[in-house]
Design a protein around this ligand. Structure first.
Ligand code: TTP
Ligand code: MG
Length: 342
C-alpha cells in the first residue's frame, strides 16, 4: 500500500521571524514590502494567523494590509534566515521518509509506505510534528494514498493540523471541495462524461483522474551531494613531488568553490593514488569537527603524497575528495531584524 505524507510549514516566514524574536509572538506579524503608512507598493509575502484574522494574506497589496491592520508588526523579508530554517526542518522530514521530495521552501512530500498502515503513519506524523515543535516551529501534515490527496489534506486544518484521508475516504473527502481546490478542477470534471474528457485529450484524462483523487505521480527524490572531489591522471607517470603537489594544489580552489556552492562543511578527507601498474590506494582522515578550512586539505595531501612516494612505482593518478558533508549554518538569526514600522 502506498502512503504519502505532505508537510507544509504554517505561515512560514512569519513564524521563523517569531522564533527569532519571541517578543512579537501573539501579535499580528506581516512579512513583506514596506507599507509606508499605506502608501507602500509591493505585497505581503506572508503573515501570521493573528494577522489573518484581519483578512490579511499572501500576495495582498501591502497598502491594503495596512488599512486593514495598521497595528501589525511589518517586517522586511530575510530570505537567508528562512532558507536556513527550511534546511533545518527538511533535515527532520528526511529522517522519516522512505523517499523524500522537497517541493518548495516550506513543503515536502514523504513516501512513508513502509509504515504499512495509516495508524503507523499517524504516529510518524505526530513524531515529525513533535520534532518540528521542539525546534520552535509548527507544521501541518496531510496523509493520503497519493500526492494530491496528501497535499489537500495538509491544507485542511491549519495551523498545526494533522489530517488523514484513507483510500476509501477519498471520494467523500474530495466531493464537497470547491472547484479550485483540486488544482483548478474538481467536481464537474470528476463527473464529466467520457466524450467530454476525450475531447480534452490526454491532459483531460489526467485532470479527470486527479479530480477523482487518483494520482499516480511518484515522489521525485533530489540528488544529494554525498561527496566533493577531484582527480586527474598525469600525462606521463611521475615521481616528481613538486608536479604532484602542484596538481593537488590546483584542485583546492575548485573544491573550495564546490563547498561554497553547496553550502557544506566536511569532516573526512580522502586521498587516492594510482600507481603505474594501476594498483590504487586510498587514505582517509576523519577530523574531530566539521570544517571548511582548505588548509587542512593541503596539509593532509602533502603528508600522503610523501608517503605514496616511498613506493618505488611511478604515480599515474592522484585525487582528493571530501566526505561526511554537513550543511553550513548561516547564523543569520544573529543579525538584528528591523521592522518597517520603526
Ligand atoms: P505558503 O506555504 O503558501 O504559505 P505560509 O507558509 O506562509 O502559510 P500557510 O500556513 O498557509 O502554509 O508559502 C510559504 C512561504 O512562501 C511563505 O511563508 C512566504 C512565501 N510566499 C511568498 O513570499 N509569497 C506568496 O504569495 C506566497 C503564497 C508565499
Ligand atoms: Mg506553508
Amino acid at each position: 500500500m502506498r502512503i504519502i505524507l505532505h508537510v507544509d510549514m504554517d505561515c512560514f516566514f512569519a513564524q521563523v521571524e517569531e522564533r527569532a524574536n519571541p517578543a512579537i509572538k501573539g501579535i499580528p506579524v506581516v512579512v513583506g514590502a514596506n507599507p509606508k503608512e499605506g502608501k507602500g507598493r509591493g505585497v505581503v509575502a506572508t503573515c501570521n494567523y493573528e494577522a489573518r484574522k484581519y483578512g490579511l494574506k499572501s500576495a495582498m497589496p501591502i497598502s491594503i494590509a495596512w488599512t486593514k491592520c495598521p497595528r501589525a508588526v511589518y517586517l522586511p523579508p530575510r530570505f537567508e534566515l528562512y532558507s536556513e530554517a527550511s534546511c533545518e526542518v527538511m533535515d527532520i522530514f528526511k529522517g522519516f521518509a522512505d523517499r523524500f521530495e522537497q517541493v518548495s521552501i516550506d513543503e515536502a512530500y514523504l513516501d512513508v509506505s513502509s509504515a504499512g498502515s495509516y495508524e503507523k503513519a499517524r504516529l510518524l506524523a505526530q513524531e515529525i510534528k513533535d520534532r518540528v515543535k521542539a525546534a520552535g516551529l509548527t507544521c501541518s501534515v496531510g496523509i493520503g494514498p497519493n500526492k494530491l490527496v496528501a497535499k489537500i489534506a495538509a491544507g485542511e486544518k491549519k495551523p498545526d493540523g494533522l489530517t488523514i484521508v484513507k483510500n476509501e475516504e477519498v471520494n467523500e473527502f474530495l466531493n464537497p471541495k470547491k472547484v479550485g481546490v483540486i488544482y483548478g478542477i474538481g467536481e464537474d470534471l470528476a463527473k464529466a462524461p467520457e466524450e467530454v474528457v476525450d475531447e480534452l485529450g490526454n491532459y483531460g484524462r489526467e485532470l479527470q483522474r486527479l479530480a477523482k483523487g487518483v494520482d499516480e505521480r511518484d515522489i521525485i527524490e533530489q540528488w544529494e551531494t554525498k561527496s566533493i572531489g577531484r582527480q586527474s591522471t598525469f600525462d606521463k607517470d611521475t615521481k616528481n613531488r613538486k608536479q604532484i603537489i602542484d596538481l593537488l594544489d590546483g584542485f583546492i580552489p575548485e573544491l573550495y568553490r564546490d563547498l561554497d556552492n553547496e553550502r557544506v562543511m566536511f569532516r573526512t578527507v580522502t586521498f587516492k593514488v594510482r600507481y603505474e601498474d594501476f594498483e590504487t590506494h586510498t587514505k582517509s582522515r576523519t577530523l574531530p569537527e566539521f570544517t571548511s578550512s582548505i588548509k587542512i586539505i593541503r596539509k593532509l595531501t602533502t603528508e600522503w603524497v610523501d608517503f605514496a612516494l616511498e613506493d618505488v612505482r611511478k604515480i599515474r593518478l592522484v585525487g582528493v575528495s571530501l566526505h561526511n558533508l554537513k550543511r553550513k549554518s548561516l547564523n543569520s538569526s544573529k543579525q538584528p531584524q528591523k521592522t518597517w514600522n520603526q
